[in-house]
Design a protein around this ligand. Sequence first.
Ligand code: NAG
Ligand code: NAG
Ligand code: NAG
Ligand code: NAG
Ligand code: NAG
Length: 467
Amino acid sequence: MKSSIIIPLLASAVSIHGLARLPSPETTRSPFSTIQPSLNSIFAEQGTVTPSSPTSNVEGKAFDRIVQIWLENIDFDHAAKNHNMQWLAERGITLTNYFAVTHPSQPNYAAAVAGDYFGMDEDTFVAFPRNISTVADLLDTRGISWGVYQEHIPHAGFRGMNFSNRRTGRNDYVRKHNPLILFDSVAEDAERRRQIKGGAGDGFAEDLKGKKLPQWVFVTPNMTNNAHDSSMRVAGRWVRGWLEGLLGDEYFMEKTLVVVTFDECGGDKNANRVFTVLLGGAIPRSLWGTKDDTFYSHYSTISTVSANWDLPSLGRWDCHANILPPLSFHAANRYQNAKDINVDEMLYNKSYAGPASEKMFTGDWWPAPNTVARCASGMGVLESIKETWGVGEGSYEYTRAYPDDGARGHGNVYGKGHAYGWKENVEGEEDEVAPPPAQVSGAPLNRSRSHVLRCLGYVAVVAVLFL
Ligand SMILES: *[C@@H]1O[C@H](CO)[C@@H](O)[C@H](O)[C@H]1NC(C)=O
Ligand SMILES: *[C@@H]1O[C@H](CO)[C@@H](O)[C@H](O)[C@H]1NC(C)=O
Ligand SMILES: *[C@@H]1O[C@H](CO)[C@@H](O)[C@H](O)[C@H]1NC(C)=O
Ligand SMILES: *[C@@H]1O[C@H](CO)[C@@H](O)[C@H](O)[C@H]1NC(C)=O
Ligand SMILES: *[C@@H]1O[C@H](CO)[C@@H](O)[C@H](O)[C@H]1NC(C)=O
């Protein structure tokens, strides 16, 4: 590591006001009206709607393309025993403490693009309002192309609930595994939604062949290939088969970070840790077969994208989510991940209350993002989010390095001080803006410890002022 001075930000160094008072959850939410076009109209659209494949070539710090491949519902240990997953692990870095954020599927997909799941606790039809921003909005600020490949989606931008195998009637494409279609900012935009297109064998193959792949890619195999309606054996064979051919493809792999993960673990009685491998051309050979036990979550994928391309944050759980390797090991990265998070007690097996919840619905109340934080990329929060939501520290402690856990309630404490922060003097550069104390949070439950930390915090702040 460089001889950089690391200024750890002691959580609780400065006490900030507690959580905004949450409205008491009502018990029910009236269902959204499900979109399910008739077969005839689906077939008509198949002939007319064309996929959209914008391209770009914006250089990133550690990778120029990120490809996320999501499989379904397998426990960490089960996946780790699969020989095809082991084959992938030999060609990359295994993350041993990467967590999904709740159950069931749908909220995890929403979280991975929006930085929160807003209490979502079912796989039923939910359409997030336009004022909920996603990673697509962050990427658009620099014209970084994005695209979603959904195997057997009947046509680009399809908004219906599902499309089943016409011959067998079995589940094939399902909306709940399609992250960006859940958001009106994409689904209600006829241009943007056509960047959600077919998977292996149709849209992806064409974009690969035509060198029209986007720089941010999300891949959902169908309900058989992703293990949902089959097994780890089937999904392991599929994901290896899909990637093995691509590993030698220079166009696909050069400076590409591939993230193979699972939406959630198998059952909901245990910790929601999921087997995750990072591979591709962005992972140096010296790191093949290694393990990283840092705490990461689905939100890390957003903070990593922001930090890699100098993009702003959504000001939600993505803000200070630990950045993934290889960027977290990279000299160009000036952000220090929180290493002191205690994962032993983590569960993430239940959703908290919110406006997308069915069981703990909060009515019209939507949590506000933190719009004053600097966040892990150092770029603050997206301008349009600030305009929509105004100035504020947000409804939750969105600046923690780990998100709230519905099983533990809001304000759970898994950290011992969150020593995340900014590395000073990297390659002679001076960090001009000192991170505002408001972005440090953590509200420990243990008051005596919090006093000690607060005192240490004041000492650190004074020391910094006199440096
Ligand atoms: C959606 O799923 C339901 C239930 O399996 C099925 O009856 C229906 O035909 C499917 N719709 C389409 C368009 O495939
Ligand atoms: C899922 O896709 C594979 C091809 O990749 C196909 O063999 C399988 O039948 C599909 N599953 C369903 C339920 O249609
Ligand atoms: C979450 O896991 C804990 C610990 O195993 C268990 O007690 C609890 O019932 C689980 N919660 C749900 C909603 O399954
Ligand atoms: C966001 O949209 C929801 C649903 O339309 C609305 O209830 C809420 O007031 C909006 N919030 C802001 C800050 O625009
Ligand atoms: C609070 O922290 C102090 C110091 O770490 C410890 O001695 C004490 O037992 C803790 N109290 C509780 C209630 O956890």
